[in-house]
Design a protein. Structure first.
Length: 202
């Protein structure tokens, strides 16, 4: 598990370092306070970083529930393990749902792989077409790659939850698998902190 996480950390690091190099080599860049000022389904503008803040809180809270699931596993408490795993899965699913809403909104605004809004919109964001295209491509690539990891983690969590409900870990006499899955989930959450910092704050 540790070797896998280390190799994955190198991959994300390479992506983010490249993003940083592009970001600071350009004279202009889309202002995140303007790009991410909507709350999908509620407001199209005027709430910079509010929606992504909610997304981040949900994902970090799901990391807390995973910690509680691991702790319950140490006490061999099947009922609590099941409860906290369900809470973790709900948190992960909510995060992916929010990310889908954000992607949909940005797509409607003109951003996508190889696509950007018109010149007038870009001027309002403080960017030119070259920097906006770099931003768009890297945003969807890196957040998509992270979202894929969250989705994979959700699938693994569901499998482990089913195993826990069927008493597989009780028969083994330990819940070590919960701890291993927890390591992956915490890694995914930690990576999001860096993605959040690079794209939404810098």
């Amino acid at each position: 598990m540790w070797f896998f996480l280390l190799s994955d950390a190198f991959t994300f690091s390479a992506f983010l370092i490249y993003y940083g190099a592009q970001r600071f080599s350009k004279l202009t860049w889309p202002d995140p306070d303007i790009v991410f000022q909507s709350v999908p389904g509620i407001a199209d503008s005027g709430y910079p970083l509010v929606f992504v803040g909610i997304m981040t809180f949900i994902l970090i809270f799901s990391s807390v529930t995973m910690v509680l699931a691991v702790e319950a596993g140490h006490r061999n408490s099947k009922k609590e393990v099941v409860w906290w795993m369900v809470a973790t899965i709900i948190g992960g699913a909510l995060f992916l749902g929010c990310q889908a809403l954000e992607w949909t909104h940005l797509h409607h605004a003109g951003f996508w792989w190889g696509a950007i809004p018109g010149e007038e919109v870009l001027k309002g964001m403080g960017a030119d077409s070259v920097s906006a295209l770099q931003f768009s491509n890297l945003f969807f690539t890196i957040t998509g790659f992270h979202g894929f990891h969250v989705f994979t983690g959700l699938l693994i969590n569901v499998i482990v939850l089913i195993m826990a409900m069927n008493g597989a870990f009780e028969r083994r006499g330990h819940y070590l698998m919960i701890e291993k899955v927890g390591l992956y989930w915490h890694f995914v959450d930690l990576v999001w902190v860096f993605v959040f910092t690079f794209f939404y704050l810098v």
